[in-house]
Design a protein around this ligand. Structure first.
Ligand code: 6R9
Length: 836
């Protein structure tokens, strides 16, 4: 428990509380427009102590701060309001927070211009002076600013430019967030003291070296992994500029390694063979299992031997269509062990989607299970695979083997449909194979996996990741963004069918020797407390999830959370879409008892790992901001002409230069790779996301700027849904847009033009929705069908989605200029049909 006292300084005049045993100091610096440590500066100190009752009489000589901070004696003090607010006023009533009886001091700041600096407590000149030693740390404003560093340096060196921040609530981990206004959450002393990166300065040191010497920085980290042969020189080579020729990214080329070996064998060799690698929690509470690293290796080797035996070789594709059973990471690792390329398809995709993916990557084998229980529903996965294999075979891609795991609790063997000669029960064959399997040593640039993701066309893109860079990058991002320690129990709620499950259920954590919880069930089964039940059961300390889940649990009331302890939690994480500040606060205040920092990680299937993310011991956090770039990542925000924007701005988020975890191509379509990602803004990787940067350098992701919708963190191309809809015999044309959705983030809103003469009906609506479920999967079902006798098109026939978005969100007074439409009358027709 942390209590806080605050001291406001007028440079040389320090009002000190009399008996302060300072064990934690946060320095927030306010500046006038001029910036720097000079004019108009005043400083706020927040001292955190264990307990008021434990305060000793060792008064701190805070005057030391005045010399270290070199504050100008002519500084003027701006009006600072100090309110002593009882914690109960801003803590959630249902919260188990142990702060409720403790008065806190809150800082509200009415200055029109505000910048801040949070000093590294242990290494700040102030702390050094207070400890009677001179600091060896470079003062924050002595960093030299070079072009690519200025936006992260702005945080620590105080940014230029200014804008109004009406109010700021600065608080330290351990306090509840109060309002919907500007909040700044500072890591507590205890948290920072134990963190891998304990201060902005330490981050900056590491960040600078990662940008100035990427080869040196990453090869230093890569050396900690097992390489059969070290990589050649150069450490990396890249061309991200389409004007200079083929786009190309390579890291550690010539290095020979194996990611499965690094996930399992090296962990075991280090003496951790008996550590739990996976805790598996089934759909039904009480149905569970676990595997130590030794046992996991054993299982992986048996499957790897089976795969080799049926003829799977290095470079062959293996399609995996499994729910969150332990067999899913086992299958991924077995492929990696023998150099096969896995392509995991989320087990919520329909048979049509599966066909599309089979046709594209032509796997030697499909690995699935007979069925899965989701909540109280049984889903017959094998039936879906059967249909897909029949169709793909008719289209010329025959898969010879379908290895099927009997998921007994969902469906018995005898009730499973079977194709003799093609289908094999996993349990009948795999356990018979030896429990050791030699590793296939592969080049760092050999492919590791394919993962299909949605783009702006109907055809999904096969994102291809290679081995070495991905390995180094996922392991490193996992370690730093979650401040991972060997004693942590880690749970990521993502499914391995998405990139998050690849990088942060399987590879990143296992490469660190972590204990991972794998959950097969649904977060609302048997009730909305299931997540916290699991957290308590396994003593989960790092919990990583998606805003959509946070919002859906938030709606069900606090009681589902507060009846569990959650004391083991230490770090929370968010991914998949921007987390709205109110969901952030609920997650922080209630789930994490205001004790746990939230790593809001921005990244993509394409990036392989985190790109912009808090480092929880280093950065003060702003609810809803993904904060600053990870090591080696140079985000830039560009305008529509591709010009880099400076300082506070909004625009298109691009990345300059490569990073080890970057995808290398789109499978079988390098041209699409180049045009989709590297042509819009030559010289950069274009993410497809919009982003703002505030004057403190914090990044705020604002969502997709292309024709991709983000539903519950799942990327869905509008074109995919449109082509599914037009597959319906009564649909002549369809146009799909995203609309705000309370729980899912975005919902799917479809404008449908029917074939001439077909009447509107609710049954037809249902049947159109069914078509999409069947074509893509249930998660892509439109939330709304809007009948459209015509669509707003330009004279050249291009649908003006801008207008559709406004109609869908009922912003009818913001339709803008409609005079360029071929037939402006359609707009009135659409408005008239809005609520039909
Ligand atoms: C990891 C993952 C990528 C898209 C991405 C962006 C959105 C992901 C986010 C976020 C804001 C975050 N996104 N994380 N937006 N804040 N922390 O989700 O990969 O399925 O490829 O989706 O998701 O729009 O472009 P993927």
């Amino acid at each position: 428990m942390i209590n806080d006292m605050m001291m406001i300084t007028n440079n040389s005049k320090y009002a000190s509380t009399s008996s302060t045993n300072i064990n934690n100091i946060q320095i927030i610096k306010q500046l006038g427009q001029g910036g720097g440590w000079g004019q108009h500066a005043s400083i706020i100190f927040i001292f955190s102590n264990k307990k008021y009752s434990s305060l000793s009489s060792s008064s701190s000589t805070v005057t030391a701060a005045s010399t270290s901070s070199s504050s100008s004696s002519s500084s003027t003090v701006n009006k600072i309001q100090v309110n002593r607010i009882p914690t109960s006023q801003f803590s959630n009533n249902n919260s188990k927070s142990n702060l409720t009886t403790t008065p806190l001091v809150k800082v509200k700041h009415p200055l029109p211009y505000f910048h801040f600096l949070v000093s590294n407590r242990s290494s700040s000149p102030i702390m050094a002076a207070m400890n009677g030693s001179s600091s060896s740390t470079t003062p924050p404003n002595s960093f030299t600013t070079s072009n690519h560093l200025r936006h992260v340096e702005s945080m620590s060196t105080l940014p230029s430019g200014a804008g109004p921040i009406p109010k700021l609530n600065a608080l330290i981990l351990g306090e509840s967030l109060a309002s919907e206004e500007d909040d700044l959450v500072l890591p507590s002393h205890d948290f920072s003291a134990q963190a891998h990166v304990s201060s902005p300065h330490k981050y900056l040191d590491m960040y600078k070296s990662s940008i100035e010497d990427p080869a040196g920085f990453w090869s230093g980290i890569a050396s900690q992994f097992y390489w059969k042969h070290k990589w050649a020189h150069p450490v990396y080579s890249e061309n991200l500029d389409i004007r200079k020729g083929r786009i190309n990214i390579e890291w550690f080329k010539g290095g020979i390694t194996n990611i499965c070996y690094n996930c399992l064998d090296t962990i075991i060799a280090a003496g951790n063979g008996e550590k739990i690698a996976i805790y598996w929690e089934g759909n039904e509470p009480g149905v569970d299992a676990s595997l130590t690293y030794n046992q996991l290796l054993h299982r992986v080797c048996q499957l790897a031997n089976y795969l080799k035996d049926i003829g799977v070789r290095k470079g062959d594709a293996v399609l995996i269509y499994l729910p969150m059973l332990m067999e899913l990471p086992i299958a991924m690792l077995a492929c990696a062990r023998i150099g096969a390329v896995h392509s995991v398809v989320f087990a919520g995709f329909s048979s049509e989607s599966l066909v599309q993916r089979i046709m594209d990557c032509k796997p030697k084998i499909v690995i699935t299970c007979n069925a899965v229980q989701r909540g109280s529903k049984t889903i017959h996965l094998k039936d879906i695979v059967d249909t897909a294999l029949t169709h793909s075979s008719l289209s010329g891609a025959t898969v010879d083997v379908c290895l099927t795991y009997e998921n007994e609790s969902a469906l018995k063997k005898e009730n499973t449909k079977w194709v003799e000669g093609r289908d094999t029960w996993w349990q009948d064959v795999v356990p018979k194979y030896p429990a050791t399997c030699d590793v296939e040593w592969v080049d760092a640039e050999d492919p590791l996996f394919l993962l299909y993701t949605s783009g702006s066309t109907g055809k999904p893109k096969g994102v291809l990741h290679t081995t070495g860079g991905y390995m180094v990058y996922t392991a490193t991002t996992f370690k730093y963004a979650f401040d991972y320690k060997q004693s942590d129990i880690y749970w990521c709620t993502a499914d391995c069918g998405w990139i998050t499950g690849h990088s942060y259920v399987t590879y990143g954590p296992l490469l660190n020797g972590a204990t991972v919880v794998v959950f097969e069930g649904a977060p609302n089964y048997p009730d909305f407390g299931r997540c916290w039940d699991i957290v308590d059961k396994y003593k989960v300390s790092i919990f990583y999830t998606a805003p959509t889940l946070v919002r859906s649990l938030m709606r069900e009331g606090d009681e589902h959370v507060t009846r569990y302890s959650r004391k083991s939690l230490r770090v929370l994480g968010s991914v998949g879409e921007p987390i709205n500040p109110s969901a952030w606060r609920w997650f922080f205040n209630l789930v994490g008892d205001s004790r746990c920092p939230i790593s809001d990680t921005w990244w993509q299937t394409e990036t392989g790992g985190f790109m912009i993310t808090p480092l929880p011991g280093a950065w003060p956090q702003k609810p809803g901001s993904a904060t600053f770039p990870f090591f080696g990542v140079q985000p830039v925000i560009v305008d529509e002409k591709g010009a880099e924007l400076e300082g506070e701005c909004s625009g298109y988020l691009c990345v300059k230069g490569s990073w080890p975890g970057a995808f290398r191509t789109l499978y079988g379509d390098h041209e699409r790779y180049e045009t989709t990602y590297f042509s819009a803004f030559p010289g950069y990787y274009f993410s497809g996301d919009g982003c703002s940067r505030d004057k403190d350098g914090y990044h705020w992701l604002t969502g997709r700027v292309d024709d991709v919708i983000n539903v519950s963190g799942h990327r869905i191309g509008t074109a995919e849904v449109e082509s599914a809809l037009v597959a319906h015999p009564h649909c002549a044309e369809a146009a799909v847009v995203g609309v705000e959705h309370e729980v899912k983030g975005q919902g799917i809103y479809a404008f449908v033009t029917l074939v001439e003469g077909v009447p509107y009906s609710d049954d037809l609506r249902k049947s159109l929705i069914m078509t999409v479920r069947k074509q893509i999967g249930a998660f892509a079902a439109p939330d709304r069908i809007h009948w459209a006798p015509g669509l707003p098109k330009t004279r050249s026939g291009k649908i003006m989605r801008r207008i559709l978005r406004k109609i869908a969100s009922r912003q009818l007074d913001e339709l803008g200029d409609i005079s360029t439409l071929a037939d402006p009358a359609v707009v009135d027709q659409l408005i008239a049909l809005a609520d039909c």
